[in-house]
Design a protein around this ligand. Structure first.
Ligand code: ADP
Ligand code: MP5
Ligand code: MG
Length: 551
């Protein structure tokens, strides 16, 4: 590949960003002969830029290699960022000829021209996060470090790509020292897989989680703020476990190991998703967790795809566009706002009023319930399953998610939207393993530690309470507003308040104005009443009033 000289900065751009243009040594309007713009045109152009700034688009710049098979590299990065709502620009470091069999050829882009691409993007666009992939030579690593010193960004994600999953070398040992000595100290996070971690540490062997922890600690000493050692390629592990280290604490991120040949590009995708989430403003822990969840879901939805004849296929980054829930606007995928009016059934109460579970659920949805949980502690399994199937049908047709309390088996058998578990039920991460990534999982939490654990376990929301004393749960300590507030403020997941909530006190719960508190869950206030739909309607209008008075 030949490098062509960089043309002067377009006159229009020079007018928008005269200071940036001058810094870079580009010709500005005053120095560019024959270019003039009236002051009104210039003012209009500035106002266009100013209004564009009011609607920023999280921006990731990927510095990586092109993969002709489009499963990994630049192509994966752009798709991953797009899927997560970030804009992705690119500086290409190498063009590879590769497919599902392996890498057939590598054509490195001259280092100077990598620098020119970096300068073009960084001087013009507001890049939030830079993500690196294949950096084929020590020279390219140095060019990147220089560019970052000149144009600092909010965060740097370094995926030290060295060997492809097919076993081909993408960056030789000569780059190792430059990675370690120059790039790592600028990085917010470094994301080696186990083979790369081993190479970076002089070929140490990594076989266990404890080895991964030690490796993360050693790489941390080379200067990044976080290290994520990825365990996708750990042999003999039924889970896909990654280890995150922030200099003090280790976090094990445990996910399902999806049985598929389509894992080409998982590493590139994970790093790009972390970059996209950071660009959107997430904390590092959140970004890593969201990224892992995305890769897991994409693999799950692509597990049976057949693209190419080799052993390592690509996966579908835009799987959500294909899912029936996306196409039909059904509420399979969790929307925290669904927690607004959360109806929890109780068979005893409905029996008392002479209603079937199905009729009770129908009436609650008619009155405006936004999510339903079947909590049938005393029902026989067969009877419960039949009722659950009928309720799933109603809920699907009305677009309201239906969750099952405790019973993962019943949820699976009736294809419910998810499961709600308590602290003494199956742990949420095991439920996730059984239900897969697309279902909703809620966990009852009373303490900060429980809320933190629910988040780590991959739950979607927490139920917090009892806020007030309740008759539906024996020996249930009451948290009161203070307890609710403490958990809500610390929770990384959306919260629904539960326990003794009714039309008389629901307004005061919403008036607390807690940012994570999305709604209230009610049992007796709806179902221990004669007219379920009317009670639900009344409660909904109280909640709406208080939700509105907050905004
Ligand atoms: N079969 C799989 N099922 C679920 N997650 C996986 C699977 N393979 C890899 N991952 C996850 O994908 C991410 C990338 O990991 P890994 O494949 O180890 O990186 P690389 O592609 O750099 O070798 C990690 O979060 C890892 O846990
Ligand atoms: C251009 C390029 N960059 C990175 C990878 C690594 O991806 P993976 O480890 O998933 O094979 C690759 N195969 N090609
Ligand atoms: Mg891999």
């Amino acid at each position: 590949m030949t490098s062509v000289p960089l043309p002067p900065l377009p006159a229009a751009l020079a007018q928008y960003r005269p200071s940036a243009a001058a810094t870079l040594g580009f010709r500005t309007p005053s120095s560019a002969p024959g270019v003039s713009a009236s002051s009104s045109t210039r003012a209009r152009r500035f106002s266009v830029i100013a209004s564009a700034r009011e609607m920023p688009w999280p921006h990731v710049l990927t510095v990586a290699g092109s993969d002709s098979s489009a499963g990994a590299g630049i192509q994966a990065d752009i798709k991953a960022c797009a899927a997560l709502g970030a804009y992705c620009s690119s500086a290409i470091t190498a063009v590879t000829a590769q497919n599902t069999v392996g890498v057939q050829g590598i054509h490195a882009v001259p280092e100077k021209f990598v620098g020119e691409q970096l300068r073009s993007v960084l001087s013009d666009m507001s890049v939030d996060v830079v993500k690196t992939g294949m950096l084929p030579s020590a020279g390219v690593v140095k060019v990147l470090c220089e560019s970052l010193r000149k144009f600092p960004v909010k965060a740097l994600v370094v995926d030290p790509v060295m060997v492809s999953t097919s076993g081909d070398t993408l960056s030789g040992p000569s780059t190792l020292a430059t990675y370690r000595d120059e790039l790592f100290s600028m990085a917010d996070i470094v994301t080696p897989n186990v083979k790369e971690a081993s190479k970076l540490l002089g070929d140490v062997s990594l076989h266990t989680i404890s080895d991964m922890r030690n490796a993360a600690e050693s790489i941390y000493k080379l200067g990044p703020k976080y290290v994520l050692v990825k365990g996708g390629d750990m042999p003999d592990s039924s889970d896909a476990i990654d280890v995150l280290f922030d200099g003090k604490e280790f976090t094990e991120l445990r996910g399902l190991r999806i049985k598929t040949r389509n894992t080409h590009g998982t590493g590139c995708t994970l790093a790009s998703c972390i970059a996209a989430e950071l660009a959107k403003g997430a904390t590092m822990l959140h970004a890593v967790q969201a990224a892992k969840k995305f890769v897991e879901s994409a693999l799950y939805h692509s597990k049976d795809l057949v693209i190419g004849n080799g052993p390592q296929g690509p996966f579908d980054h835009l799987f959500e566009l294909k899912s029936p829930s996306y196409k039909m606007g059904s509420l399979q995928k969790f929307n925290p706002d669904d927690l607004f009016l959360y109806a929890v059934t109780d068979s005893g109460m409905n029996k008392k009023w002479g209603r079937s579970i199905k009729d009770a659920v129908k009436a609650a949805i008619e009155g405006g319930a936004t999510i339903v949980q079947l909590r049938e502690k005393d029902a026989e399994t067969r009877e419960f399953l039949e009722a659950a199937k009928a309720c799933v049908e109603i809920c699907k047709s009305l677009g309201v998610p239906l969750l099952i309390n405790d019973r993962v088996d019943v949820a699976l058998a009736c294809d419910a939207g998810g499961v709600h578990v308590g602290q003494s039920d199956i742990p949420a991460w095991e439920v996730r393993g059984l239900l897969g990534p697309g279902k909703i999982i809620g966990v009852s939490c009373k303490t900060l530690a429980q809320a933190e654990q629910a988040w780590k376990d991959g739950a979607d929301y927490i139920g917090c309470g009892g806020v007030f004393p309740t008759t539906t749960k024996a020996n249930n300590p009451t948290l009161g507003f203070e307890g609710l507030r403490t958990v809500c403020l610390a929770s990384k997941l959306p919260v629904v308040a539960i326990g003794g909530i009714n039309a008389g006190n629901a307004g005061s719960v919403m008036e607390l104005g807690l940012p994570n508190l999305k709604g209230v869950a009610v049992v007796s206030a709806l179902f221990d009443r004669e007219r379920v739909a009317a009670e639900t309607r009344n409660l909904r209008s109280i909640l709406m009033k208080n939700a509105h008075s907050r905004s």
